[in-house]
Design a protein around this ligand. Structure first.
Ligand code: SDX
Length: 433
């Protein structure tokens, strides 16, 4: 019977190391190479962590080949259709779907934390009115760590639970304040009589001058978008939150680090970049010329919203958004022309029949269509990644909580291959040429 090990042999010395293979519930097994440095005096080398499992987790599973995404074992399609965002938050944090009593109690706990300290509002004033709201979100969430010194005691499970509730509860308030500051409208305080999604929309879109009318289709679209963006295993921003958390940093500063990482156009900033790309293309007749630029090795142009480190098939979230796009757009703006959506659909059709994308297994990811729905919801381009960050805050804190509960939490500290100058002695300036 073959042993569940991988043997690594250094052919220069003939020394070997047997690495135990560990299997998960789904997905490829891993081999534990932690002894490779001490036994073979070797480091593994895996820039961008393409083939490295950084941790063991029970939260999310992605099958990139089959385009499967599970939150605590539940398919994303079923959660997007049947669940609510606050219920998904409970599921991600606790591992099980709540009964009615648990859900009501959790939802009530989150409600109790939606207000932010009034002093926090003064931070917005330091930003120019045209500052990118991700800069504001990053700054204000980072500043939040100055208001809860107790949360620094990350070994206290009650403080950890409270921090996770505060982050989930306050992100919509802080995000909506960013939007209000951006457009020069007064901040709108949270209301505990509304659901999580309604409250977020109320703080974003209502004005003191008149009552806010909820559009049922818009609330449904908002809910779906938040659920789809909630969690995605060890993506760049979550890995940042874990690495920051491994140093036992304040949880809010870990989330701020996640926000900073998500902002990049290669990651969460792609939803904004997709719309700018579609606007630049302007008309379906320009798509062939754009695709030609993307395929030109000398151009740095990428088809934003396409490709994924893990998905080598359709991102199931993109499928859900695209399928709900049509009816949601018709419900939100009946009969209104959707030129960007039409260009996106044509761009997808052309790309998916082009060898360049097929051989590289480049498919639409969650960001390809999300901007179209966010636009239809009346969210300005600059706020797209802020929406992503609000949704993902539960994923960040769920992964952070999971890591904090590990018995032997160690600081993350990757090594390197040094290829700089060999050791040399200092030369005084007089002797330098
Ligand atoms: C998110 O990790 C997550 O889970 C992230 C996320 C989450 O929920 O947290 O899913 C959210 O970030 C989605 C991805 C959003 N980003 C984009 O849409 C930006 C455009 N896509 C890429 O830049 C790229 O596809 C990445 C960043 C998403 C993935 O990069 P990889 O895995 O490092 O792939 P790569 O850059 O090594 O590309 C492999 C090949 C290259 O060609 P060759 O050198 O082999 O000839 O594919 C090409 C790339 O040039 N390629 C693209 C492309 N993406 C990859 N070519 C054109 N357009 C693209 N979008």
């Amino acid at each position: 019977m073959a042993k569940d090990t991988v043997t690594i042999t250094d052919n220069r010395t003939g020394k070997s190391l047997e690495c135990p293979i560990k299997k998960g519930i789904h997905g490829p097994p891993v081999f534990n190479c932690q002894k490779i440095a001490s036994e073979l005096d070797l480091f593994t080398f895996d820039p961008a962590f393409v083939t490295t499992a950084s941790c063991e987790s029970k939260i999310t599973f992605i099958d990139g080949e089959k385009g499967i995404l599970l939150y605590r074992g539940y398919p994303i399609e079923q959660l997007a259709k049947n669940s609510t965002y606050i219920e998904v938050c409970y599921l991600l944090l606790n591992g099980e779907l709540p009964n009615k009593g648990q859900l009501d109690s959790f939802s009530d706990s989150v409600c109790r934390y939606t207000l932010v300290h009034e002093g926090l509002l003064s931070f917005y004033k330091g930003f120019r009115h045209d500052a990118h709201p991700m800069a504001m979100l990053l700054g204000v969430v980072g500043a939040l760590s100055g208001y809860y010194p107790d949360a620094q005691d990350i070994k206290n499970p009650e403080h950890r639970r409270e921090s996770s509730l505060r982050i989930i509860a306050k992100m919509p308030t802080i995000a909506a304040n960013c939007y209000k500051y951006l457009i020069g409208q007064p901040y709108v305080y949270p209301r505990n009589d509304l659901t999580y999604v309604e409250n977020f929309m109320h703080m974003m879109f209502s004005v003191p001058a008149e009552p806010y009318q909820f559009n049922e289709s818009a609330v449904k679209a908002f809910k779906i978008m938040l659920i789809l963006h909630a969690e995605h295993e060890q993506n760049a921003s979550t890995s940042t939150v874990r690495l920051a958390g491994s140093s036992q940093a304040h949880p809010f500063s870990c989330v701020a680090a996640g926000i900073a990482t998500l902002w990049g156009p290669a990651h969460g900033g792609a939803n904004e970049a997709v719309i700018r790309m579609l606007q630049e293309i302007g008309d379906s007749k320009n798509i062939p010329a754009f695709i030609k630029k993307v395929k030109d090795k000398d151009s740095s142009v990428r088809l934003m919203g396409f490709g994924h480190r893990v998905y080598k098939n359709y991102d199931p979230r993109a499928t859900i958004i695209r399928e709900s796009c049509h009816n949601l757009l018709d419900e939100l703006d009946p009969g209104k022309q959707q030129p960007l959506f039409d260009i996106a659909m044509e761009l997808e059709r052309i790309a998916l029949s082009d060898e360049y994308f097929i051989e590289r297994k480049l498919y639409p990811n969650v960001d390809f269509y999300s901007g179209i729905i966010l636009s239809a919801l009346g969210i300005p381009l600059k706020m797209f990644t802020v929406m992503f960050a609000v949704a993902r805050s539960v994923g960040w804190v769920s992964q952070w909580m999971e890591m904090m509960e590990e018995p032997n939490l160690r600081i993350g500290r990757p090594r390197q291959l040094y290829t700089g100058s060999a050791q040399r002695d200092y030369v005084s300036i007089e002797k330098r040429s």
